[in-house]
Ligand binder design. Structure first.
Ligand code: NAP
Ligand code: ZN
Length: 349
């Protein structure tokens, strides 16, 4: 066991505070990572505040981890000391079921082991990336290509893959019109990635406050959803709508913006139900679907894609003592566009 500095939420909704945690001895197929940056995902806030139901406390959030390998177990073959690596939302799965063997470990029939707020197959709780070191089974560790800084790479491990995967699956590319709902951490990655895939991208945001940013990120069009005309003007426009909003939205209104055969993919995960009218789908052979992060092969593919297209997250780097403030700012949609913790500052104050 080795101790590492960390930040934890002692109980649901309590402010986060510094602590120390034990990390396991390296197993033969483990990689030890010196974490340099940890992104703050809205899922961290949902879970630290107990919004998704039962959770494990104290909780060390963080599933957007970027760092450098500092030691490897005796059987590790894919990573070496000094490699720049990342870890996302999962740290284990059964490895044997039809989904794991197909590279969709997130849908493991035994349930994937979440990076934090999870329980490993050894019965031990998992603690996430708001810390300075973590031991992770090598299969769940990705290589961060040269050319992407570790700070702007960290958010790719959740926000990047969560948007890349459905855009890929729904064949977003040249000739396709895509709307991204919500311009936050996931939304801004979706705009960059969909634009790099060659699609015509529209941002649907609550207001026009971030319009200039939206264009810089690669969107061609930008509309405020607070303006009712948006829903009449854009009726029947989009092949794909990617909803990244962390709260309830009027699903029927958005389904009305799809073309016949279009798909609305929900990745936003509010703790309360979304509802829709069956006719909103029937009337245009439309698809309403969801998507959970992405498997390991696709996560590496996404990192390589981002490196090729010179894509990283737009970040605001913070020290550890600013985490609670950052949470409030995310909740107020005051994030441009991902907070990233410089983990060297954990344990300094
Ligand atoms: P975020 O940075 O807070 O972005 C969410 C954006 O949604 C906000 O910036 C805001 O954009 C918009 N929004 C917020 N409240 C709203 C409201 N009441 N009505 C309408 N729009 C609102 O959060 P994130 O980190 O991108 O995460 C977004 C959601 O995805 C969270 O629920 C998170 O848990 C979930 N998530 C899911 C997966 C998955 O695998 N499916 C993975 C990661 C995260 P505007 O100001 O532009 O409107
Ligand atoms: Zn996340």
């Amino acid at each position: 066991m080795a101790q590492t500095n960390a930040i934890h939420a002692p109980s649901a909704g309590a402010p986060l505070e510094p602590t120390t945690i034990d990390r396991r001895e390296l197993r033969p197929n483990d990689v030890l990572i010196d974490i340099q940056y940890a992104g703050i995902c809205h899922s961290d806030i949902h879970q630290a505040r107990g919004e998704w139901g039962e959770a494990i406390f104290p909780m060390v959030p963080g599933h957007e981890i970027a760092g450098v390998v500092s030691a490897v177990g005796s059987e590790v073959t894919q990573h070496a000391v000094g490699d720049r690596v990342g870890v996302g939302c999962m740290v284990d799965s059964c490895g044997e079921c039809e989904y794991c063997t197909a590279g969709s470990e997130q849908y493991c029939v035994k349930g994937n082991v979440q990076t934090y707020n999870g329980v490993g197959f050894d019965g031990e709780p998992t603690y996430g990336g708001y810390s300075q070191q973590v031991a992770v089974q090598e299969h769940f560790v990705c290589q961060i290509p040269e050319g992407i800084g570790l700070d702007v790479a960290a958010p790719l491990l959740c926000a990047g893959i969560t948007t890349y995967s459905p855009l890929n699956k729904w064949n977003v590319g040249p000739g396709k019109k895509v709307a991204v709902v919500g311009l936050g951490g996931l939304g801004h990655m979706a705009v960059k990635i969909a634009a790099a895939m060659g699609a015509e991208v529209t941002v649907l945001s609550q207001s026009l406050k971030k319009q200039e940013d939206g264009y810089k990120l690669g969107a061609q069009h930008y509309y405020a959803t607070s303006d009712e005309n948006t829903f009449t003007d854009l009726r029947g426009s989009f092949d794909v709508i990617l909803n990244t909003v962390s709260a309830e939205i009027p699903v029927d209104a958005y389904l009305g913006l799809l073309r016949v055969d279009g798909a609305m993919v929900n990745v936003g995960a509010p703790g309360t139900p979304l509802s829709y009218n069956a006719f909103s789908l029937i009337a245009g052979n439309k698809v309403l679907t969801g998507s959970l992060i992405g498997g390991l092969p696709e996560t590496q593919e996404m990192l390589n894609f981002c490196a090729e297209h010179n894509i990283g997250a737009e970040i605001e780097t913070i020290s550890a003592d600013k985490v609670n403030e950052a949470y409030e700012r995310v909740l107020n949609s005051d994030v441009r566009y991902r907070f990233v913790i410089d983990t060297a500052t954990i344990g300094q104050s």
